[in-house]
Design a protein around this ligand. Structure first.
Ligand code: MIG
Length: 816
């Protein structure tokens, strides 16, 4: 039954995708002959017999190629790319009569003049991409068709309920509120017109800077080619050579930006429901978390907290003392994040609506009247976030709202979702800061523009505080402003499985701060299902339980004694590894690396990792292989090359093969008698040579001032590990108020050496470490710290060696 439905959906989808690409009359015309060219500043400007082309090279990114078939080029401004664009570097042009060579950076474009086609190569002569038909257009629509290499696979497009490898399928980019999605449902809430191609162990990326409805054909219809089609706008793309996926992401995020460090509390566990109210229910929740010692940082208010779904208001019956309620919760260590929808209730007694009307800030119809749609509040108008004045107005409203005691803003329905027609009609008019356009161009970036307005408004009024914004819709660049979650999933096993590729996919599109509704939004999970969701969720950058109206209550203690115990241990474990998560965020700011990574990220030379959708790396050294099937008490998984440890049992494994491990559902019996490690149901592995910083459980971030951390050191192998610390909430880290400790391990038969070095000057950093060396087979001969012998305790049973060191030492040596 399910299978039939799926194939039916696929058929419907292919038919509609086909119509998108080829349905209208007329044939695509492709770039013709290059008639002349010149270099103006650093830009190559070519005149074709049927259009024009401009090529620039951006430092640390790659070539940008633009075509125009209408005679003019639009402005280069884009919401997707950073304000501080990389500088354009000079391009060296070699003319060889029928061909041209354009050289810059480490890349070369080999251009055939007639017809105009490009071969994209590294300066070592490796061809990573090759135009087939190249650039085309037809009635305002554009396309770009390149050759498909044999065995080439594709990652990309971000949040997709689909396996990581996109080869063989066609995708549409058109932000859509599609609750209850399945494997293969298309399209969803977010659009990232960026993909990574990988073959011969070498990767490159292509980013199309165009927000119109887009189709990517990775072999769904075309078999020997890759097709990109957009329904309007300019053909403008950046080609980014690797050869490592890591390099591609670093360069792609130089162009579209990186996520700033989030407030550290937003990495804590978060509890949400549609909807918690009144105030007393929040007090009860807060007390329960603290009484049961289940850590929690954030409670959410969904749409029912508002006064008749009016943004920036609250229901006085449910919350008679709104600000006091928020500050009371704050005293217990809880932040409150509230939902805000873009639709503004059309109500002449509502001040927000009136001020937007007065200032003329809404999306319009072509005749100049305001577009009116229908969402939760009834009739609504929509802020035109493409207008500077509207963004400023919205930013001020968001900031005023935060002043009431709210700690972050959750922006929903921003695809934008509208009842009835799903979204606005294409004829809706946007100001676009004077360069008027319609919904077909603005649709995919509506959520991005709203996130920008929200984030920048919060930052403007409190410049030394890190804003927290959570969004459902997004586009390339969204990482600069907001965390994301994967919308309305369901309490089903397939949704557990989907979480991993969806978050890995988003990370590979530059957005590191992702998560999903733990437990599933729709439907009621069993205890087992909730626990399996949480085992993944506890490792995610964004970790929140959320559920819909009409489902059973879904707090971590709602599934009976045994699950309460395991759920509690899972959430506590998250708080223990917060230093790992936080350090990974820091790494993202430096290199654009995701936090949750597909195995191919780390093991690009091993094709066995290319199609893995049910395992992931968290940061540099941890690898999780969660259970995603009902009733399973074990699972098989692929362990890449190298030496590994089981995180919860210290078993050692040699990688490069498949293994099966136990991952029991039951960890405790009904009398709370532990008969196995409560986290053993979550297969988690760590690479030999790693140093994993961990801290004591807190009930919420900042509960205690942390002065000491544990360093788990895994014997064997040589690795670099990091620990990043700062105050977790201000912008002072930009001025050097942080501490980055780097651990370098080296291990041979005789010695295990760990070098420590530090950067930054954060005065509140930890002052000591409890070192825990795992994987020694017998008591070591000696342990020295900065050359001096120290006492260390070796536990024969566990094989763990422990000793305490001041945080500012330089070297540790263990004589085996
Ligand atoms: O039409 O605000 O995805 O998280 O609870 C549903 C109510 C609107 C959709 C979001 C969901 C949220 C719900 N919203």
């Amino acid at each position: 039954m399910k299978k039939k439905l799926f194939s039916l959906l696929l058929i419907v989808f292919f038919i509609s995708a086909g119509a998108n690409c080829f349905g209208q009359s007329g044939a695509y015309q492709f770039a013709g002959k290059l008639e002349s060219y010149k270099k103006v500043d650093h830009v190559f400007k070519g005149q074709l017999d049927n259009g024009s082309v401009r090529i620039a090279y951006l430092k640390d990114v790659g070539f940008r190629i633009r075509y125009s078939f209408s005679g003019k080029f639009g402005p280069l401004f884009s919401y997707a790319t950073v304000d501080n664009m990389p500088t354009e570097e000079d391009i060296k042009v070699d003319d060889n009569k029928s061909t041209l060579l354009l050289k810059a950076g480490n890349e070369v474009l080999k251009i055939q003049k007639s017809p105009f086609r490009i071969s994209y190569e590294s300066d070592g002569g490796y061809q990573f991409m090759d135009d087939s038909f190249g650039a085309g257009h037809e009635k305002g629509r554009i396309c770009h068709i390149v050759k498909r290499k044999q065995n080439e696979i594709y990652y990309g497009l971000g949040e997709r309920p689909y396996g990581m490898n996109r080869a063989g399928t066609t995708f549409t980019l058109w932000n859509t509120d599609h609750g209850g999605y399945n494997w293969g449902t298309e399209p969803l809430y977010q659009s990232y017109p960026f993909y990574i191609g990988l073959s011969n162990d070498k990767a490159y990326g292509v980013f199309y800077n165009n927000s119109y409805k887009t189709t990517f054909d990775f072999g769904g219809q075309l078999k020997t080619h890759i097709g990109y089609y957009a329904e309007g706008g300019e053909l403008c793309y950046y080609v980014i050579f690797g050869p490592d996926i890591k390099d591609v992401l670093q360069r792609y995020t130089r162009l579209t930006g990186r996520a700033p460090l989030p407030p550290k509390w937003s990495l804590g566990y978060q509890q949400s429901r549609y909807s918690y109210y009144p105030d007393k229910q929040l007090y009860m929740l807060a007390n329960q978390f603290r009484e049961q010692q289940i850590p929690c940082d954030v409670l959410y208010l969904d749409i029912d907290y508002m006064h008749g779904y009016r943004d920036f208001t609250w229901n006085k019956e449910y919350f008679p003392h709104f600000s006091q309620t928020l500050s009371k919760l704050k005293n217990q260590g809880f932040k409150v994040v509230t939902i805000i929808d873009p639709g503004i209730k059309k109500d002449s007694t509502y001040s927000v609506y009136n001020s937007g009307l007065r200032k003329d800030l809404y999306v319009k119809y072509p005749d100049g009247s305001n577009y009116v749609g229908e969402v939760w509040p009834g009739k609504v108008t929509f802020p035109d976030f493409s207008k500077q004045a509207a963004r400023a107005w919205w930013g001020d409203l968001s900031s005023d709202w935060e002043q009431k005691g709210v700690s972050g803003i959750w922006i929903d329905m921003n695809e934008p979702a509208v009842f009835g027609g799903k979204t606005m009609p294409d004829i809706a008019v946007f100001n676009n800061d004077g360069n008027e356009t319609d919904h077909s161009e603005m649709h995919n970036i509506y959520g991005l523009m709203e996130a920008k307005a929200t984030y920048e408004g919060l930052l403007k009024h409190q410049p030394n505080k890190r804003p927290f914004v959570l969004t459902r819709a997004g586009f390339s660049g969204i990482q600069r402003y907001a965390a994301m979650w994967t919308g309305d999933n369901v309490a089903r096993w397939q949704d557990v499985a989907l979480t991993i590729p969806m978050i890995m996919g988003t990370g590979l599109a530059g957005e590191p701060f992702g998560g999903f509704d733990i437990g599933g939004f729709g439907g009621s999970p069993s205890g087992e299902l909730y626990m399996r969701f949480l085992q993944i969720g506890a490792l995610m950058p964004f970790c929140r339980t959320h559920s819909s109206k009409g489902t059973i209550s879904q707090e971590p203690w709602d599934y009976g004694h045994m699950y309460t115990y395991i759920n509690k241990k899972l959430i506590q474990f998250r708080y223990k590894i917060l230093p790992v998560l936080y350090t990974s965020f820091y790494e993202h700011t430096q290199t654009g690396s995701p936090i949750i990574r597909p195995l191919v990220w780390e093991y690009q030379n091993d094709p066995k990792t290319y199609n893995i959708n049910d395992q992931f790396m968290l940061g540099d050294h941890l690898m999780a292989a969660p259970v995603i099937h009902e009733g399973a008490n074990s699972r098989s998984l692929y362990l890449p090359e190298g030496e590994w440890y089981g995180f919860f049992n210290d078993s050692t494994y040699m990688g490069g093969k498949n293994i099966t491990v136990s991952a029991p559902i039951r960890a405790v019996d009904t009398y709370n008698k532990i008969y196995t490690h409560p986290l053993k149901g979550l297969p988690l592995f760590v690479q030999a040579g790693s140093v994993i910083p961990m801290q004591e459980v807190q009930q919420y971030v900042g509960e205690k001032h942390i002065t000491n951390m544990t360093l788990r050191v895994y014997n064997g192998g040589s690795k670099k590990s990091e620990l990043y610390e700062d105050d977790g909430e201000s912008q002072n880290y930009h001025d050097g108020q942080y501490r980055l400790t780097t651990f370098t391990t080296k291990s041979d038969k005789k010695f295990l050496d760990i070098d420590l070095s530090r950067k930054g000057n954060y005065s509140e950093a930890v002052t000591s470490f409890d070192v825990q060396v795992h994987g020694l087979t017998e008591a070591p001969g000696s342990t020295t710290v900065d050359g001096k012998r120290v006492d260390a305790n070796f536990d024969e049973k566990t094989g763990i060696l422990t000793f305490r060191i001041p945080a500012d030492v330089k070297s540790l040596r263990i004589r085996k």
